[in-house]
Design a protein around this ligand. Structure first.
Ligand code: UD1
Length: 342
């Protein structure tokens, strides 16, 4: 089977996807600049699959290196492009850094793919493109809303860049996967999420609080118009999400795509409130979580969960793991890494 390039392959979702690709027999080559990951993740991947993926360390912003890489590796059959910056708050502070990191790199990779005879490309997009959708669950046809942050905007612009490029490049086939909220870790506890500093996302904050690294979780608002007053999200186990990349890639490799640019929602289809996530954590860990109700967080939407009909029917994919499975794996991973952040 062919060689697959995974950019950002040592990151949270990237590393789990590398494992699933190897499990399906693909040969994987990773490019990662280690800006938000660790080379130790390679060991974690190897201990799960028994195979060490090829790895090149460089920053995709270095255009000449991207060009040299593709010149050297003419046998790449598909690219899964995870490499990007993803901290929403930081993107507000440093918009140009985010546009450079997330947009320039995408353009450089696509420029090389345009030169090939045949190219298959999977892009990490986000449910953030929908903002607060008018109708729930959210289908792929829901309107794209004004981006709340430069990070969110890089996902919207990224999709547009790919769509426009595909229009004029018939031999380039692409799928943008719009992830809902990825959580959890590999059940072996060999790989997982390694947030730098204070986590902004709910689940790592919960597990770090339970371990005593953080004193208390703030639940951002309990006066939303939802059944228990807290925000609702579609939390998807990272292993289920990783598997979606493999089936999306296979769709392209087997020419089963309907057009050369497609988008899919990747979520569970079920919304969970912040308090439900906490309850699930307490159940699977046997720990009581120290939390308080705090003010709403600026920019939070009330509720978002996916209509997964398109992914279910066209990719033949659906989630197998539950919120409890995800919370259990997140907790076991936290216990494994203790206080280490990367
Ligand atoms: C955030 C990003 C989104 C990005 C995603 C990646 C924002 C506005 N959105 O999504 O663009 O794609 O991360 O995973 O930042 N919560 C608390 N206390 C906490 C942390 C979170 O109550 O300490 C609540 C939030 O209010 C929210 C839910 O938990 O209701 C999930 O928050 P989070 O994990 O940050 O994800 P999103 O905000 O959905």
């Amino acid at each position: 089977m062919g060689k697959i390039l995974v950019t950002g392959g040592l990151g949270f979702i990237g590393s789990h996807t590398v494992v699933e690709l190897q499990n399906e027999g693909f040969e994987v080559i990773i490019i990662d600049d280690l800006s938000n990951s660790s080379v130790d993740v390679l060991k974690g991947i190897t201990s799960i699959t028994g195979t060490t993926p090829d790895f090149e360390q460089f920053d995709l912003k270095e255009k000449s290196k991207v060009q040299a890489f593709f010149k050297k590796h003419q046998d790449i059959e598909g690219v899964i492009h995870f490499a990007a910056s993803k901290a929403v708050g930081e993107s507000v502070e440093k918009p140009l850094l985010y546009y450079e990191n997330n947009i320039n790199t995408l353009v450089y990779v696509l420029q090389e793919l345009q030169k090939l005879e045949n190219a298959n490309f999977i892009f990490s997009s986000s449910c953030t493109v929908y903002g607060q959708a008018d109708e729930l669950p959210i289908t792929e046809n829901a309107p794209i809303k004004f981006a709340e942050s430069p990070y969110g905007n890089t996902k919207q612009i990224g999709e547009e860049i790919i769509r426009d490029t595909c229009k004029v490049t018939q031999h380039l086939k692409s799928i943008a996967l719009r992830y809902f909220n990825p959580i959890g870790a590999h059940h072996t506890t060999k790989i997982g999420e390694l947030p730098i500093g204070v986590p902004q996302n709910l689940v790592p904050f919960i597990t770090q609080t339970a371990l005593g690294i953080r004193e208390q979780l703030s639940v951002f608002g309990d006066d939303y118009p939802t059944p228990d007053g807290t925000c609702i999200r579609d939390y998807i186990h990272v292993v289920d999400l990783a598997k979606a990349h493999v089936v999306a890639l296979q769709r392209l490799l087997q020419n089963k795509n309907d057009s050369n640019y497609e988008t899919f929602n990747i979520g569970t289809g079920t919304g969970s409130s912040v308090l439900e996530v906490i309850k699930s954590f307490e159940k699977v860990s046997g720990q009581k979580l120290n939390y308080k109700i705090a003010n709403r967080r600026a920019g939070d939407i009330i509720s978002a969960y996916a209509d997964t009909t398109k992914a279910n029917s066209q990719l033949g994919w659906k989630t197998k793991l539950t919120l409890d499975d995800a919370m259990k794996s997140a907790w076991e991973w936290q216990l494994t890494i203790k206080g280490k952040d990367k």
